[in-house]
Design a protein around this ligand. Sequence first.
Ligand code: ATP
Ligand code: MG
Length: 440
Amino acid sequence: MKKIDELGDWRRTHYSVEITPRLENKRVTVFGWLASIREQGGIVFLILNDKDGMVQVTIHKDRAPNSILEKLKNLNEHSSIGVRGIVKSIKKAPHGAEIIPEEIRILSTTQRQPPFSLFGGKMPSIDKRLDIRVIDLRRPKAQSIFKIRHTVLKAIRDFLISKGYVEVSTPKIIATATEGGAALFPLLYYDKEAFLAQSPQLYKEQLVIPFEKVFEIGPIFRAEESRTLRHLSEVISIDVEEAFVSYEDTMKLIEQMIHHVTKTINDKCSEEMKLLKHKLMIPKAPFKRLTYDYIIKMLEKEDVIVNWGEDLSTQALKILGEILPEFYFITDWPTAIKPFYIKPKDGNQDICESFDFMHGSIELASGGSRVSSKRLLMKRLKEQGLKPKLFEYHLRIFDYGMPPHAGFGLGLERLMMVLTGQENIREVTMFPRDQFRLAP
Ligand code: ATP
Ligand code: MG
């Protein structure tokens, strides 16, 4: 049995990146995980890795206290340790300084090594990495992705709050489908059948009555049948809904939001973007608005046939990705392939005030003007084969002055794929869920 030390009264004085020549001859305490141990001519170099980076701990075997030499025998990569020692400047070390340890505490040792190196080399399949996801998340590339994600979420919140939107939370255990019946996860709710929310749609629409401008950042659940690089069963949706506006206003809001997000990433995450080798342009508004009709004619010229009224196939999306490698909107979809709550156009009920917000071949968001008349909503429910009776709790609200309103739902993971240049949605998800993965 390897001996494990107690944390005791040790507390961190500095993070790895703070160990610089400025601290020359100061006593510091650092914590982290052992990234590598290397011995060269009687000197042992430990590289300690914490959430911010690396620091070198240097042990001169001829001078180091016996207690430290004893500890060395027990150390292996990935152990978590604490080091207390004196800072010395040295050009070759990360940040120009190293720690000469006076005492080391081994806080855990490693029972086995992961099937990949955190700091480069050949990577096993993503599934092997996902099996020990939190270890995988220590890789600098993953660290960069999730630092960017953190920045993106904050930028979106800051943006929407500055524009007067109120953050809301809606139930995730719900009574009815909103986005079509097939992709629901049913569950037992006491003695009744309930479902995991596919979207906050009906609740966020109701909330425009008391709050007018709302947003929610929360999970949505979809029982997706096929395994793709851009679908998961649980994702984070950024939902916005607003009273007294139409889908035109909503598209403008998305443009401003994307501008703010891309600018923030370029300002705050340049190191992370460099590490990911991904260049992100701040897109110029307005983004192209291309109608569904225009898009299918354009595809026809590329020999991809989409019959009017059909959704865009994977092949069609692929071609679009080649023609339009940028942010753009596809507007005015056939009413029949959009959900019941989307408002048909005045003058032509076959198309509706809807848009998909795209980047290349990837759908990032769907939005539109909503139906605000109860009579029309009941008609649309029936046309989509849904039972108005099941939506009684929602329809009832329309008797009390439902204003015209519009909004969108934007998938955070899809946005992260585009912002960080990842092809597999799993890379931008901490614990991805799909048909074949429910753990970790
Ligand atoms: P797709 O056609 O790509 O399957 P959708 O049209 O079914 O998506 P919407 O109901 O429009 O999806 O949901 C709004 C947004 O939520 C999507 O544009 C997407 O960004 C995100 N989203 C929906 N379902 C998923 C999923 N299974 N995995 C990842 N993101 C999703
Ligand atoms: Mg959609």
